[in-house]
Design a binder for this molecule. Structure first.
Ligand SMILES: C[S@@+](CC[C@H](N)C(=O)[O-])C[C@H]1O[C@@H](n2cnc3c(N)ncnc32)[C@H](O)[C@@H]1O
Length: 231
């Protein structure tokens, strides 16, 4: 495992208890009323699109984190399998949801192999942590985890020109670099991968047998929604 892959796992394990501050725009992530309102409107646009792919039988969530999307998937799917490298975030997820039809698997997605196929494969704010040289390997796993006729939904960060998505005290990033520095509330620094995949992802997905469309919510998020292509 490369150092940065190890470091981003360590980062999310250490950040587990403060992770939701980002999603709910509190503490260092509170950018003021106007930005926060914009953020939540855009979150709602993503959630509406996601709900539109249901109902489904089996859903697989990759890098499920603290469950902000798992709780939506749990309303759409008969069963949800949530995978993440961090037991710390999965504990929060489990406590937040308390849903018997959601099960949890601890695994590093770079070595994990799908053992079943699903009606829906979902991931939020994960693809941006997949380095470009690992993208094809990862997407081929995603395809192998999809049932014939199954769906995929991925949502992630747009390259936010105003950089208001991250914490107030995060350093401005170098747009040419895939490596970003992230700081925890206690001041500890970690290096992570952050890649702003754009609409060209549709062509990449097509090479993996997934027909998808790419949309954005405005400033903050993109999502790609697709199905297995028929050849
Ligand atoms: C940005 S968070 C997204 C969490 C959740 N999907 C959400 O939308 O809030 C990234 C997640 O990836 C997980 N993660 C990091 N590296 C991983 C790896 N190599 N394998 C599996 N999960 C990993 C972290 O533990 C964290 O929960």
């Amino acid at each position: 495992m490369s150092d940065v892959i190890r470091e981003q796992i360590a980062y999310y394990r250490a950040r587990a208890g403060e992770y939701d501050e980002w999603f709910y725009r509190v503490g260092r992530y509170d950018r003021g009323e106007a930005h926060n309102a914009r953020w939540f409107d855009e979150v709602e646009a993503v959630m509406t699109a996601l709900r539109g792919v249901g109902p489904v039988g089996g859903a697989l969530e990759l890098a499920a984190g603290t469950g902000n999307f798992t709780q939506v998937l749990a309303t759409m799917a008969d069963v949800v399998v949530a995978v993440d490298a961090s037991t710390e975030v999965m504990m929060i997820n489990r406590q937040k949801l308390k849903q018997a039809h959601v099960s949890y698997v601890q695994a590093d997605l770079f070595t994990w192999e799908p053992e079943a196929t699903y009606d829906l494969v979902f991931m939020s704010f994960w693809l941006s942590h997949v380095p470009p040289d690992k993208l094809d390997g990862f997407l081929s796993k995603v395809r192998r985890a999809m049932k014939a006729g199954g769906q995929v939904f991925m949502v992630d960060s747009l390259r936010d020109q105003s950089q208001t998505s991250s914490a107030v005290n995060h350093a401005a990033y170098d747009p040419e670099s895939i490596y970003h520095t992230r700081k925890l509330n206690d001041g500890q620094y970690y290096r992570i991968v952050k890649v702003f995949y754009d609409a060209r992802l549709v062509e990449t997905l097509a090479r993996h047998g997934i027909q998808a469309r790419y949309e954005t919510s405005g400033d903050y998020f993109w999502w790609a929604q697709g199905t297995t292509a028929s050849f």
